[in-house]
Design a protein. Structure first.
Length: 271
């Protein structure tokens, strides 16, 4: 569905992404993880076409990304970003319906199809009861779910999402992440940047670890998540154990090293 070949991105002398090769197929829920400043959001923006690579190329559905018109690209991929407008004076239903705009030129589309897509998207994000509310009056978590509903209503074969669960409580985080896995199972290609390693372990079909702008691991959560790699990437002792009741890894922060470190009292100031 999407393929990046040797893509890199530089700003002046800083290299934010370097030599990334990545392919996402329909049916995959790929999660990108890594520490702050690793290049995750830059990589997603390159894949979405919001940034032009300094080198390499991106293909969507076999076609070079920069050959798409904006309208045609909007039928191929939908994008969720964190820097969304929060003071939108429209109702929730109207905001979600904006996701249907790329389909307005399709002669086979209808207002009934638009209404059905919006209703399904609201239901999937548990925001149906908010349909008549003004978007600007919602909490940050509610706004996140409504924006995800707009992405779902766009009904594209490829979804690119930057930290879609950051503002959500634990219950909604679990259900939204499971919904992303479910969408991928319906022959979509879903790529999401997540900070929650255990959410990735539970739901991702594949995980990519990025550090210093480069890919350093790619595989299933069980293949990728291990003590040595995660401890090195995050500069924090981490233990990976078998989950007690799920068939997936469980990632734990190992803070016992603090117990053996000497406590250095601050120097007293001269009077």
């Amino acid at each position: 569905m999407i393929e990046a070949t040797g893509i890199g991105y530089r700003v002046e002398k800083a290299t934010l992404v370097a030599g990334v090769n990545l392919r996402v197929q329909p049916g995959e829920f790929l999660v990108v993880v890594g520490p702050n400043g690793a290049g995750k959001t830059t990589l997603l923006r390159l894949l979405a076409g919001d940034l032009r690579p300094s080198e390499g190329q991106v293909r969507v559905n076999g076609e070079q990304l920069d050959r798409y018109t904006y309208d045609d690209l909007a039928l191929q991929r939908s994008v969720f970003i964190q820097q969304m407008e929060r003071d939108i004076p429209f109702t929730v239903e109207a905001v979600v319906a904006m996701g249907r705009h790329p389909h307005r030129r399709d002669p086979d589309n209808s207002s009934a199809a638009d209404e059905e897509a919006v209703a399904k998207a609201l239901a999937r994000t548990e925001t149906s009861h908010l349909a008549g509310r003004v978007f600007a009056t919602l909490s940050r978590g509610e706004q996140t779910r409504v924006t995800l509903a707009r992405v779902f209503a766009q009904d594209t074969p490829l979804l690119l999402l930057d930290e879609p669960t950051t503002s959500l409580d634990v219950g909604h985080e679990e259900r939204i992440t499971a919904e992303l896995r479910s969408l991928a199972a319906r022959d979509r290609a879903v790529l999401a940047v997540l900070h929650d390693l255990n959410a990735a372990a539970r739901h991702a079909t594949r995980v990519v670890v990025i550090a210093n702008g480069a890919l350093c691991a790619d595989g299933t959560p069980s293949e990728v998540f291990n003590d040595n790699l995660l401890s090195k990437v995050y500069d924090q002792p981490i233990r990976v154990v078998k989950h007690p009741f799920r068939d997936c890894p469980l990632v734990l922060v190992d803070d016992r090293w603090r117990e053996t470190r000497p406590v250095v009292a601050p120097e007293s100031k001269a009077r």
